[in-house]
Design a protein around this ligand. Structure first.
Ligand SMILES: Nc1ncnc2c1ncn2[C@@H]1O[C@H](COP(=O)(O)OP(=O)(O)OP(=O)(O)O)[C@@H](O)[C@H]1O
Ligand SMILES: [Mg+2]
Length: 235
């Protein structure tokens, strides 16, 4: 479903250049639950931005269902993001002036759902995430973990075909992290939801079917879960 070929992303075209991605080739299949791991600054968020068509590579190609994303105009890229993508940003990217419910409302409204459908979907998903009593709170009136859960709810409200989540548990305690990861696992197993998730936590590994380890802008290692459940390096 997504194929990245020889992707590079160089930031700062002046004197100081940062090679955030330095030749990454990767394939994400429908129904995958992939973890992207690696040290800070290794290019994980940059790669996730590429998958979400939030950024363009300096060189290399991204194919989405066989279509070269580089040939799509901004309108087509926006349509892809609206219709097919759920994205949890590392810094949440909630709109500070809008309540939890209104933040979740945005993508469903943009998709043309009726006000009644939006209200119902938003209340349902916020309650599912234990935020039933926070729906009228502004982001500034919520804890980091609560804001993070609003951001996850917003990413899932449209039932995206592709969920990209950048450290979605970074501000959650282990109990709430487990709730989110168990939910992701259920979505993946029962509805074949494709998920690509960035994580720093060793214990998250048991949820992933495949782990891409990044270092200095390249894939250092890729491991797959075998039938028996163990993680083994890809050839
Ligand atoms: N907008 C930008 N301008 C210049 N350099 C950038 C920019 N965004 C990221 N970088 C650099 O690119 C490299 C990769 O950044 P990226 O955010 O992808 O790392 P990461 O693996 O997600 O790290 P973390 O675990 O800290 O979130 C880093 O060295 C970072 O400083
Ligand atoms: Mg990051």
């Amino acid at each position: 479903m997504i194929i990245g070929r020889d992707l590079t992303r160089i930031y700062g075209m002046g004197a100081v250049k940062v090679r955030a991605l330095n030749g990454v080739s990767v394939k994400i299949q429908k129904g995958d639950f992939v973890g992207i791991m690696g040290p800070s600054g290794s290019g994980k968020s940059t790669l996730l931005h590429m998958f979400g068509l939030l950024d363009r590579p300096t060189s290399g190609t991204i194919l989405i269902d066989g279509v070269d994303a580089g040939t799509l105009d901004e309108r087509a890229r926006t349509q892809f993001r609206l219709r097919r993508l759920g994205y949890v940003f590392q810094d949440y990217a909630l709109v500070p002036e809008l309540t939890a419910k209104e933040n979740v409302y945005l993508p469903s409204m943009a998709r043309g759902m009726t006000a009644q459908e939006c209200t119902l979907a938003c209340s349902e998903i916020l309650t599912l995430f234990g935020l039933g009593n926070r729906i009228h709170h502004l982001p500034g009136e919520m804890s980091g973990g609560e804001q993070q859960r609003v951001a996850i709810a917003r990413a899932l409200v449209n039932r995206p075909t592709l969920l990209l989540a950048d450290e979605p548990c970074a501000n959650l305690d282990s109990q709430n992290s487990k709730i989110i990861l168990d939910l992701f696992q259920r979505l993946n197993r029962d509805l074949h939801q494709t998920i690509v998730m960035v994580s720093h936590e060793e214990w998250h590994k048991k949820y992933f079917d495949r782990i891409i380890s990044m270092k200095d802008g390249v894939i250092e290692e890729e491991v797959n879960r075998s039938e028996g459940g163990e993680l083994t390096p890809s050839p």
